[in-house]
Design a protein around this ligand. Structure first.
Ligand code: GUN
Ligand code: ZN
Length: 455
């Protein structure tokens, strides 16, 4: 079959199978649907194609000189773009190696040496490839860690700007290590990192009408002095930037955190004491959050901070299984993260698959009676869930009028069990195959604000 041509920039009208979670709950599916994207890259209409050919009073007038083109991509499926809520761009070259090591050993053996080499020249090489790898996997929003090199971080932000992806990126703050004293003042390295972070935030946070955002990024408690945690949380809150870190990932890490921060009640309290959880704190994102106590779960829910659930990483490094259903019940905003190179690749569909397997294991082996998400529930987590954790639930994450047109086109026929056999027509079955029979080439197009991303 000839490849349908894809719109490069708004405005346009897309005819496709259209599937989207709805912000108010539930899912909508149009077997022959239309998505109208206005000249500003906003969705103006989502409806059955036949119905959408009739003009609607509420649709904004389009300049009569602007010819709106129709693009028919059927039988491809159009979904909201995926949100990768946690990943490490400099770690891409290590993706898929290091399985089975505990976190602290893996960091020392694989990750820190790789990141130490990640300077501006390395970022120039990897940045554009990384952005294309994300969009080729269906990710239209990525929240990422750079390295501890400010120039490399600047280059990665430039790569995201040029590529067109929606991105949150931060310079990694790290000046302490396992076994160090953490109570004292910031080291000269840490001070330099804070200053560079403040400059990067001033230059990048909110760039291109909010497409690019900055995240103050203290790597995790064991990498930081209490002072750096406090100063970064304060700066993030003052500038409206995000504040991202790792939380409660690995049992040995937890032991070390208890030793390094004896005054804290638990791991989350290390960050709470630094002012990262409000009131008055920054928009915080915590990766992993696997081994939380009841108190930590309650405090996290009350704070409104988001959790990046990274199941593909959590079973590659044997970290544990996050009790997802419990967090959702508690009202914690949860999205999905690829966590390269703890996780083996950028596909959030693969993260959903491993997540589902892990939750089944928790049910069977761990005796958790709560139901596991169904495929449409996983899709919601990978789109609206991530958007909500970023405070962007009104802007992206679903295909609904008024939102920015961040979306992907998928050739679902590639997920059929045999070529041409066993097509799925029900939305839950279509998405089930995208998750459990993911095909590396199934994402055929990705748009941010109606602009086609290079893949
Ligand atoms: N904790 C601190 N740094 C890292 C990292 O790079 N990856 C993961 N998975 N956990 C971390
Ligand atoms: Zn991580």
């Amino acid at each position: 079959m000839a490849m349908p041509s894809l719109p490069l920039a708004p405005p346009f009208r897309l005819r496709a199978r259209v599937l989207t979670p709805l912000a108010a709950g539930g899912t909508r599916y149009f077997a022959d649907g239309a998505v109208h994207v206005d000249p500003h890259g906003r969705i103006s209409r989502v409806a059955d194609w036949a119905e959408a050919s009739e003009p609607e009073a509420s649709e904004p007038e389009v300049d009569a000189m602007t010819r709106i083109r129709d693009y028919d991509v059927r039988p491809w499926l159009v979904l909201p773009g995926l949100v990768d809520l946690h990943t490490h761009i400099p770690q891409l070259p290590n993706a898929g190696v290091g399985a089975g090591l505990d976190l602290l050993t893996w960091l020392e053996q694989y990750t820190f040496p790789l990141e130490r080499r990640f300077d501006a020249a390395a970022a120039e090489r990897l940045g554009p490839l990384a952005m294309r790898a994300f969009s080729a996997a269906g990710t239209t929003t990525v929240a990422a860690y750079a390295s501890a090199d400010p120039d490399a971080t600047e280059v990665l932000l430039q790569s995201a700007e040029a590529h067109g992806i929606r991105a949150v990126i931060g310079l990694v703050l790290m000046g302490r290590t396992v076994g160090d004293e953490h109570g004292g003042a910031a080291s000269p390295d840490e001070d330099a990192g804070l200053r560079a972070s403040a400059e990067l935030a001033a230059r990048w946070h909110g760039r291109d009408e909010g497409r690019l955002r900055y995240a103050f990024t203290p790597r995790f408690a064991l990498s930081c002095s209490g002072q750096v945690l406090r100063a970064s949380a304060r700066l993030a809150a003052e500038t409206g930037s995000y504040w991202q870190t790792h939380l409660s990932e690995d049992p040995r890490e937890l032991d070390e955190v208890r030793r390094a921060f004896p005054e804290a009640r638990d791991y989350l309290d290390v960050y709470d004491r630094a002012g990262a959880l409000g009131p008055g704190g920054p928009s915080a994102l915590f990766a992993h959050a696997i081994h939380l106590s009841d108190r930590e779960i309650e405090r996290l829910a009350e704070s409104g901070a988001g959790v990046a659930h990274c199941p593909a990483s959590n079973l590659f490094l044997p970290s544990g299984i996050m009790p997802l259903a419990r967090y959702l019940e508690a009202g914690i905003p949860v999205g999905l993260g690829s966590d390269i190179s703890g996780g083996p690749g950028p596909s959030i569909f693969e993260v959903m698959r491993v997540g589902a397997y892990a939750q089944h294991a928790l049910q069977i082996v761990g005796g958790d009676p709560r139901p596991v998400l169904d495929p449409l529930g996983w899709l919601r987590l990978g789109t609206l869930g991530g958007a909500a954790a970023l405070g962007l639930a009104d802007t992206i994450g679903s295909l609904e009028p008024g939102r920015e047109a961040d979306m992907i086109a998928i050739d679902a026929s590639l997920t059929e069990p045999l070529p041409g056999a066993g097509s799925a027509d029900e939305p839950a079955e279509i998405v089930s195959r995208l998750i459990f029979r993911t095909h590396p080439q199934m994402v055929r197009g990705a748009w941010v604000r109606g602009r086609l991303l290079p893949a």
